[in-house]
Design a protein around this ligand. Structure first.
Ligand code: AMP
Ligand code: MG
Length: 390
């Protein structure tokens, strides 16, 4: 993974409307434009007054405060005179001179007068200007993923636009003479193409929109044409293929990349599934992931290598996972990626290693909700969310 990170450049910054920023990653720190709250306002429906006017109040000798005209949210601040009270709604500006609000349900009125039977503390039920954020204050760091809640907070602080990382352009295609496209009946040694829709969906869920190409047959010419199409013009910054990276006679991806002048960073990783995975850089700077054809291996490659590359390009730190004591024996040399289901019993996670761990077995993926990644020859095991959304 470290090798992947060192070969990925950070994408440029671009402006987006706040309302379009869900899932995007901030390119710079974000500063509040306005104080929030913008004014001192009432936090309850009730009566605004000056606490010191009630200092002498007691049940035997209540204080009677004449009521001014009411203050409503969105209206200019209401006028208040010392020794009086202002009926006020939640969110209305606190009249100048008032420092507390008595909630309506705790008061008694008599015609146009408020009866107060005990001294009132100051600063109750009042939201002070700027108590949540001050204009010019840093409210978010760079490299933060924008969530719905963050959109709400930034809108409160008067932001309309944000500077975020551009999204990577991604090209995706599957290879294989045996791949059937569409829903027709398989003939001969066919297999339906699972990888194109699956990897496209993984990327879509993480917020990216890959351009998918038709299946490439196992000929150097077709592979060459797909790679050339993805790398030309408005080139994809990430090109992903599945299949054709093993050692079979029809596995041409490696040689076609070399013919393209690509620099291969690795071809083969000590992991299961996903061993044949290839990572290269094309002469134009596009990075290339040759994922294995077996769908589980392709999914692991996309989930852990491609998403890691995208994280790096967006300026995000590596994903750490959740450390757990491994429920399975480590492999002496390979990292294991296991399909697991995590359920909680009495608040504690129970990790079920699902049946069917082979790299062609899709069925356990229908119940899995996490990957258990077991490092070789050690007790280090970590859980990662299945789809790696962030
Ligand atoms: P390969 O990596 O090309 O040697 O393929 C390994 C295995 O994965 C073979 O059994 C292929 O039939 C299968 N396979 C390759 N590509 C796909 C795909 N797009 N969808 C489903 N299975 C595939
Ligand atoms: Mg193949």
């Amino acid at each position: 993974m470290v090798l992947v990170r060192t070969r990925c450049d950070t994408l440029p910054a671009m402006p987006v409307r706040l309302s379009d920023s869900l899932g995007r990653v901030t390119a710079e720190p974000v500063y509040a434009v306005a104080d929030y709250p913008l004014y001192d306002v009432a936090a309850m429906d009730g009566f605004a007054l000056s606490a010191c006017d009630t200092a002498e109040a007691s049940p035997r000798a209540p204080i009677v405060l004449p009521l001014a005209l009411p203050a409503f949210a969105g209206a200019p601040p209401a006028a208040w005179r010392a020794g009086g009270a202002v009926p006020i709604s939640t969110g209305a500006r606190l009249p100048s001179g008032c420092d507390t609000v008595i909630p309506r349900e705790r008061t008694r009125t008599d015609g146009g007068r408020l009866i107060v039977a005990e001294p009132q503390p100051s600063d109750r039920n009042v939201r002070r200007r700027g108590e949540d954020a001050l204009a010019g204050e840093k409210v978010l760091e760079a490299a933060t993923v924008i969530t719905p809640a963050a959109i709400g907070a930034l809108a409160s602080y008067g932001l309309a636009d944000l500077s975020v990382r551009a999204l990577p352009r991604i090209a995706l295609f599957a290879t294989g003479d045996e791949l059937i496209v569409g829903t027709g009946n398989p003939t001969g040694g066919g297999i339906f193409d699972a990888n194109t829709p699956m990897v496209a969906a993984l990327l879509a869920r993480a917020g990216f929109a890959p351009v998918t190409y038709p299946v490439a047959r196992d000929t150097p010419t077709q592979l060459h044409d797909h790679i050339a199409a993805a790398a030309e013009g408005d080139a994809a910054q990430i090109i992903i293929s599945t299949g054709g990276v093993s050692v079979g006679d029809r596995d041409h991806v490696g040689e076609v990349l070399r013919a393209h002048g690509a620099t291969c960073h690795f071809h083969g990783v000590s992991m299961r599934p996903g061993k044949p995975v290839l990572f290269a850089t094309l002469p134009n700077g596009s990075i290339y992931f040759g994922l294995p054809g077996n769908p589980v291996a392709a999914l692991v490659g996309a989930r852990f290598f491609v998403l890691e590359a995208i994280h790096t390009m967006l300026g995000l730190p590596p994903e750490a996972g959740i450390h757990i004591a491994s429920p399975v024996a480590a492999h002496p040399t390979a990292t294991l990626f296991l399909k697991v289901r995590v359920d909680y019993r009495d608040g504690l996670p129970i990790v079920d290693i699902l049946d069917g761990q082979q790299s062609h077995r899709m069925r356990p993926l229908l119940t899995a909700n996490a990957w258990l990644v077991v490092a070789p020859a050690g007790a280090d095991a970590r859980l990662f969310p299945l789809d790696g959304t962030f």
